[in-house]
Design a protein around this ligand. Structure first.
Ligand code: WTA
Length: 632
């Protein structure tokens, strides 16, 4: 037994059982190899997957920051996530286990069945005239068809754009229009805490302003009455009955650098940006990170509670686990419906071994007390994980003790839509500190810089940047390469700006503090102030508004809005509630402000920029700081 290193602060060392079980026992050795031979490390990983044609170059930096990976290679991620497994025993292994929110239906798919479903969906999408490079918007709840749709698009080379089912008309319409999608795949509705969400009707409203959409495929989930527009709307089950749906669909041979998907996310200013990922690099990145960090084995049952509408759902619910040939559990509902033991019941019932969720859910469930999880046998669990926002040590320890029974290491994974895969993360054999994501993943280097670009001292806060390219990095912002360069590579040329602040301790462990831009993380969901403000401005009473994120015990951050009213409108309690409702209806329930406050005049700089810092301080009763740049 090697001696435990002396480390600062509270440290949880891996147990001998964890080390004995782990596929990768020596973190230092692999880290050193990847540090000295970045391309060699990733090349070795890439070789574990199947390529129709091998690459000429692993990493091409000639047009940095437009980095390219595995250039010259031909590949398709869907082939690796599905078809590749037909040659092994995994053909008959469960790929997806799904349970409905109400627990009344359960569906399972072996890898063989998954292949059949993906072929069928791909044949149908193709029959609608979709070809390589076309964009397809997918807007559904957490049902197996959302995964089939993503894989089917990938198979035929179409670029999918999944929009979270918790977004509403304005958000959906903006994303369909920007991507110029020709096809939308949706369902009649979805279930959320026992309530029906009218997905198809939201699609109908959105399509009034989206002329590019020719067809809508509708999966029947809830079975309630919905309008269907002749020629445009098609029930999926009707299409499945057509001869065209049958048989294998040819897999499109893609260049490694061909786009796989775009995913809209919020930036510091302006409209949401379409982050673009590719077939080759994204595949290698998600496959490798999941394999090492969650130590996947064939007997595992992996549950990632994220929604496919966010990057976590793309990388670690759909692609990463399937690339690894794992059994994925997909649950339609949330953590506490109908009772706060819903998740614990499912872990017991399906024998989940690896459970990956968000700090906000842990904090919410913690509040209901230990009696709920203690009703269930959670002994199948061997690894836990969190993502999306910093986890407070109290929640970490509860998760570790009450859910993990002090035997499951917690993988606190830091990453972003843009990074595609884990960037700062432990592996099971790494000593853990509650609240820290530990160290950069193999091959990555993270620095913490001051305003001028100098590294700050250990312990001091600064801008978090990544200094080495990685395969699953975003390639660009779709249709807006300038914004890509400006947003990520201009503050410190040659270094990737994450938008987060962080500090590093004496042991080289990273502690994420939070966003330094106008991104708000509400229950781990990434929202932009600009989107919220543009939803508010469409209300007749609003002259101007500013949204900020304030600390919230369960949600991490909550949205607070300051509104300047138009003349003739009075600041009433009712109007405040109307405005919250307005945002919820237009942008989505996840964006509903916690509070709306009225203000006579928004604090602005002389150049007209809203001083959110001042609003934040004011809302929390904190000192307002330097006001010398204030307009008046
Ligand atoms: C935050 C989610 C602390 C961070 C995968 C980042 C985290 C943003 C963690 C990206 C973590 C994500 N600890 N903060 N483990 N994981 N974040 O694009 O601020 O939805 O910049 O990707 O979430 O959010 P996104």
């Amino acid at each position: 037994m090697p001696e435990k290193p002396a480390m600062e602060g509270e440290v949880y060392f891996p147990s001998p059982e964890t080390i004995a079980h782990a596929n990768l026992k020596d973190w230092d050795e692999t880290a050193a190899f990847a540090r000295d031979n970045l391309e060699g490390f990733w090349e070795k990983e890439a070789e574990e997957l199947e390529w129709f044609q091998k690459w000429d170059t692993v990493l091409d930096e000639s047009q940095a920051p437009f980095y390219k990976w595995f250039t010259g290679a031909k590949v398709n991620i869907a082939h690796n996530a599905v078809d590749r497994h037909m040659k092994t025993f995994r053909k008959n292994k469960l790929a997806i286990i799904w349970e409905a929110e109400d627990g009344k239906s359960e569906r399972t798919f072996s890898y063989y069945a998954l292949q059949r479903e993906v072929n069928r969906m791909a044949n149908i999408i193709k029959s609608m005239g979709i070809t390589k490079g076309d964009r397809v918007t997918i807007y559904m709840g957490r049902i197996p068809e959302i995964v089939f749709a993503m894989l089917a698009c990938a198979k035929i080379g179409a670029i999918h754009s999944v929009v979270f089912g918790g977004f509403s008309v304005d958000a959906l319409q903006g994303r369909i229009a920007d991507s110029e999608s020709k096809l939308v795949i949706t369902s009649d509705g979805s279930m959320q805490n026992g309530k029906l969400v009218e997905l198809k009707r939201i699609v109908d409203d959105s399509l009034r302003h989206c002329p590019t959409v020719e067809n809508v495929i509708v999966v029947k989930r809830t079975g309630h009455d919905i309008p269907m527009e002749a020629m445009r709307d098609h029930w999926y089950h009707d299409l499945c009955a057509l001869p065209v749906a049958n048989g294998k669909c040819a897999t499109e041979v893609m260049d490694a650098e061909d786009p796989l998907f775009i995913l809209y996310t919020s930036g510091s200013t302006g409209k949401p940006k379409a982050i673009l990922h590719t077939h080759g690099g994204y595949m290698v990145g998600t496959y490798t990170t999941l394999k090492y960090v969650f130590d996947l084995n064939d007997e595992d049952r992996f549950w990632c509670t994220a929604d496919p509408g966010w990057i976590t759902g793309h990388s670690y619910l759909a692609y990463g686990p399937l690339l690894n040939g794992a059994t994925v559990f997909l649950f339609e509902g949330g953590p506490a419906y109908p009772y706060p033991n819903r998740w614990w019941q499912l872990i017991e019932r399906f024998g989940i071994t690896i459970f990956y969720t968000a700090p906000t859910a842990i904090r919410a469930l913690m509040r209901f007390g230990e009696a709920w999880p203690n009703k269930h046998d959670l002994s199948s669990l061997r690894l836990l994980g969190t993502v999306g926002e910093p986890i407070n040590p109290e929640a970490w320890k509860w998760f570790h003790r009450v859910i993990g029974k002090e035997k499951c290491p917690i993988m606190d994974t830091w990453w972003q839509t843009e990074t595609g895969a884990f960037m700062i993360t432990p592996t099971p054999v790494v000593p853990l500190k509650p609240g820290s994501g530990t160290r950069p993943f193999f091959g990555q280097v993270a620095e913490i810089l001051d305003e001028e670009g100098n590294p700050v001292e250990d312990g001091a806060e600064g801008y978090l940047v990544l200094t080495r390219p990685w395969p699953s990095m975003l390639r660009t912002i779709y249709k807006d390469p300038d914004r890509y360069v400006k947003g990520y590579w201009s503050k410190y040329p040659g270094k990737y700006l994450t938008g987060d602040s962080a500090r590093r301790d004496k042991d080289g462990y990273y502690w994420i503090i939070g966003r330094v831009d106008d991104v708000i993380k509400v229950s781990g969901h990434r929202l932009g102030t600009a989107e919220i403000e543009s939803a508010l401005i469409t209300h007749e009473a609003v002259a101007e508004s500013a949204a900020i994120g304030l600390p919230h015990e369960v949600k991490g951050q909550a949205i607070s809005c300051f509104v300047q009213l138009k003349p003739g409108f009075a600041p009433t309690e009712k109007l405040s509630e109307d405005l919250r409702q307005h945002v919820s209806k237009h942008l989505g329930p996840i964006a509903r402000p916690e509070e709306v406050r009225f203000i006579d005049k928004l604090p602005k700089t002389r150049s007209g920029k809203i001083m959110r810092r001042v609003l934040k301080a004011r809302a929390q009763g904190l000192p307002e700081g330097d006001l010398s740049t204030l307009e008046d």
